[in-house]
Design a protein around this ligand. Structure first.
Ligand code: ADP
Ligand code: ZN
Ligand code: ZN
Length: 817
């Protein structure tokens, strides 16, 4: 009988591929093992085994596999089911999910020469054109041979280019075909077994009495062993005894000591739990009770606790229970909130049961964490990580915690799968019959809607821990300050004086300036007016190439005016101001103060972020200026003042979520102020002090914010009232793209019963020679989302059959945010 194996390749193709195997292989192979297979003319891929059967493929002759790479499955059944859900829900292929889910070291391919360096933050604007081409190619393919690099850039000698890419940390080089993962070995020292008996030991010490250096080594070894009762690393023995390695070597030669090696995980925490007794206060206890009763009803629990209310401690109690049952815990955080502060707190409490998994860790560290979770080891019983940690091979997950659940960085934007880690976590928890807590001081409108609809349970903490007062939030009217000439650069007199006072008191200050957004808005510096779309609840975006203001949801556009439509003055400003400018101004206004800046540019290296936080924590810095990075989960004791330079740039972001996000961001940033007995102060500069969202921030009125935002989502039909699928079409040919996207939108309109918006240009309508167009599908909650997706896939099939549209690429983004 012939045997065949279906595998899933880590590529964006829907189908599985069939290979020939022999009977032994058929017996040995289990779903989830990695198999090296030939593909195409000369490629070798690492694929995942899917199923073994006897049916020869009809369309092609099955090739033989090259190699079975695992002894046991690397991916378990629950992962397969979860990944299949992700592929279906987010409209991508299982292969794409696999590519994202597995550490790249698990997916090496033949003749690997260059790989993308996923560990480094790459500013693609800083790349030269040919560098960018390779960088981009590596977004779609996990590696390139040198010959392929040469093809892409159409040059013979590409070694200098590859060298530059390595230097810029864009790519990694791989020499080997299958680089086996090598755990780090550590040298240890112990007494030779001959001397373990006491009599022999005495004789030995007597003979060494005239060799003081060697005696020292032995004494140090005894002391260390007595103290730690653990294997003694060579390094430590050298340190403790104060002698050179040569002395120890000579003892090894004399067969008195033995050297041996053990593998040590790179990410190992040797600290024991200090088991700080955490006693919850009344509010925390009540919250824990509500959480428990949600669990009893089989519901996800939303923990809504104001900043510094002690949500973390409530999570700890929940984690503790699950750990005692011997089950695993996943603790997800947005990337930027993953600080050593929190990891330290967890380690103090749970000792070395904590494993950390996120993108700043090396490939090797991630491989190790994967293996530890796969083997269900105690040292990885609690995994704390950013969104990709939800792909780990948990076999017995008991609890998932998603902290800062409102954070939009949980949504992966590029490449596929464009999944939302919070939502995918809820599904993961249900596959494991695990409990699930979503926590936030400012829950997303989605999650709160689920509470209101009875889908999620709810727990609320309204007070800060330890009778610390909520900060006093005040709005500063910039319009008025400008009019009365009370501005020093971007600082109102009010903010200036508050900074001066805090500095005099020896207190610290955080200044928040959110400079984001690729396409700027046009703002009037006299009245702060920003043009709005009449059809949608968003600001219009400035498009430089056509000198137009456009709505990128519905396509409304108008020519850029020379004067402000609200006040008529010609003080229209296209450029926002950034953190760097604020830092400069501070240095002139307060030459004595030590100022630090935290944004993408200053936190590129692996430890740069930690360094900044530590020096602020240790009060080497007086002022920290930053983007949204300063907002996240940090706990600084001495910050008495938080200043927001310009709230309007947040409010005016062209996005239906802008108001919700503004509330969340400002509430979070305000939460950094006054975490001790003295009430913190927050000053928010704005041209619109009467804006409802800003009013809601000052009164900390989440409920009103929710109510109003929900009402608007109903009015304008945005999530969570409907679901959104964004379809982006890309092509180098402008006319072809227009035609193709019209065809697609028209077909959608004909087939779907829901509303189809666009095609419309995104604010940046051409990226590196590709033109882009977006189509937005709004699916009412009453309509089946999976049927809608099937219909869209059907249209895609017909679309792909039209030969002139062959070059047009399609990107789906489900629940686009
Ligand atoms: P949140 O995550 O809600 O912003 P945290 O968990 O960071 O709040 O708590 C704020 C501060 O209060 C932290 O310094 C924390 O150690 C302290 N804290 C909270 N709950 C307790 C508790 N039950 N016992 C001791 N300290 C607590
Ligand atoms: Zn104006
Ligand atoms: Zn519009």
């Amino acid at each position: 009988m012939s045997w065949f194996l279906d595998v899933v390749l880590p590529i964006p193709l829907e189908r599985r591929f069939t290979y020939q195997i022999n009977q032994e292989e058929a017996k040995f192979i289990k779903r989830g093992m990695r198999i090296a297979v030939p593909f195409g003319k000369s490629k070798i891929y690492t694929a995942l085994a899917y199923s073994v059967h006897n049916r020869a493929p009809e369309a092609y002759e099955a090739k033989s596999i090259y190699q079975i790479l695992d002894e046991v499955p690397l991916v378990n059944e629950i992962q397969f089911r979860h990944w299949q859900w992700i592929a279906e829900y987010y409209m991508c292929t299982l292969g794409e999910v696999i590519r994202s889910a597995l550490p790249s070291a698990f997916l090496l391919e033949s003749e690997t020469l260059i790989l993308p360096n996923k560990d480094s933050d790459i500013d693609d604007m800083a790349l030269k054109d040919d560098e960018f081409l390779i960088y981009e190619a590596l977004q779609h393919q996990s590696l390139l041979k040198i010959s392929e690099v040469a093809e892409i850039v159409d040059k013979k000698n590409v070694l200098p280019l590859v060298n530059r890419l390595v230097q810029k940390e864009v790519v990694l080089l791989k020499e080997e075909l299958y680089e086996q993962y090598k755990p780090k070995q550590v040298k240890f020292v112990r007494l030779a077994p001959d001397f373990e008996q006491e009599e022999q030991l005495e004789v030995l010490l007597a003979t060494l009495s005239r060799a003081p250096q060697q005696s020292k080594v032995l004494l140090a070894l005894f002391q260390l062993t007595a103290k730690t009762k653990k294997p003694i690393p060579l390094k430590e023995l050298v340190k403790e005894s104060g002698v050179s390695r040569a002395v120890i070597k000579s003892l090894v030669k004399k067969l008195i000591l033995e050297e041996y090696e053990l593998r040590q995980d790179r990410v190992s925490f040797d600290g024991e739990a200090t088991n700080l007794e955490v006693v919850l206060n009344e509010y925390q206890r009540n919250a824990l009770e509500s959480i428990d009763s949600s669990f009893e009803e089989g519901k996800v629990a939303l923990l809504h606790g104001v900043t510094s209310s002690g949500k973390t401690e409530v999570y700890f109690k929940c984690i503790e229970k699950v750990i005692e049952e011997g089950r695993q815990v996943l603790y997800l955080l947005p990337e930027i909130a993953l600080t050593s502060q929190l990891i330290g707190r967890l380690r103090d409490y749970f000792g070395d049961k904590i494993a950390v998994y996120h993108s700043k860790y090396s490939i090797h560290e991630r491989v190790e964490a994967w293996q530890n979770v796969l083997n269900n080891l105690e040292k990885a019983q609690i995994v704390i990580g950013a969104r990709s940690a939800l792909f780990l091979p948990f076999s017995d997950l008991g609890l998932v915690v998603v902290d800062e659940e409102h954070e939009n960085s949980f949504k992966q934007f590029d490449p596929a799968p464009r999944y939302h880690a919070r939502d995918a976590s809820v599904v993961l928890a249900s596959l494991h019959s695990a409990k699930c807590i979503l926590g936030s001081a400012t829950p997303s409108v989605e999650s709160m809607d689920n509470v209101k609809k009875g889908k999620y349970g709810y727990a609320h903490i309204q007070y800060r821990y330890g009778q610390v007062l909520m900060p006093d939030v005040k709005l500063v009217d910039l319009k008025d300050a400008v009019k009365r000439k009370r501005m020093k650069g971007h600082f109102s007199e009010t903010l200036f004086l508050a900074i001066e006072e805090a500095l005099n008191q020896g207190e610290q200050i955080i200044l928040f300036q959110n400079r984001r957004g690729f396409a700027p808005i046009v703002e009037c510096t006299t009245c702060g007016h920003v043009a709005q779309c009449p059809n949608c609840d968003v600001s219009l975006t400035y498009h430089q190439n056509r000198n137009q203001l456009r709505c990128h949801y519905c396509g409304y556009h108008m020519a850029l005016q020379n004067a402000c439509q609200a006040c008529g003055s010609s003080t229209l400003d296209k450029k926002g101001f950034g953190t760097e400018q604020i830092e400069q101004e501070l240095k002139t206004l307060f030459p004595e103060a030590h100022v630090g800046r935290m944004d993408l540019d200053t936190t590129r290296g692996k430890y740069a972020y930690e360094k900044l936080i530590t020096s602020f924590e240790q009060q080497e810095l007086d002022v920290l200026v930053g983007t949204q990075m300063v907002v996240k989960g940090l706990d600084f004791r001495n910050v008495s003042l938080v200043g927001v330079m310009n709230a309007d740039s947040l409010l005016n972001f062209p996005d239906y979520r802008a108001h919700e996000r503004t509330f969340q961001m400002l509430t979070q940033v305000a939460g950094r102020a006054g975490r001790t007995q003295k009430q913190g102060k927050v000053l928010i500069q704005t041209y619109n002090p009467y804006h409802q969202i800003l009013q809601q921030v000052t009164t900390n009125d989440y409920d009103k914010m929710f109510e109003q935002q929900y009402y608007e989502r109903e009015q304008f039909k945005y999530p969570p009232v409907v679901r959104i699928i964004k379809i982006t079409l890309k092509d180098k040919d402008f006319n072809k793209l227009n035609e193709a996207s019209l065809w697609f939108a028209q077909s959608l309109t004909n087939v779907l019963k829901c509303s189809v918006l666009g095609p419309e240009y995104p604010p940046v309508s051409r990226i590196r020679r590709d033109y882009l167009k977006n189509i937005l599908v709004k699916v009412p909650k009453s309509q089946s989302i999976s049927q809608t997706k099937n219909s869209i896939k059907g249209i895609e099939k017909s679309f792909n059959a039209i030969s002139k549209y062959k070059s047009v690429r399609l990107v789906y983004n489900v629940d686009h945010i």
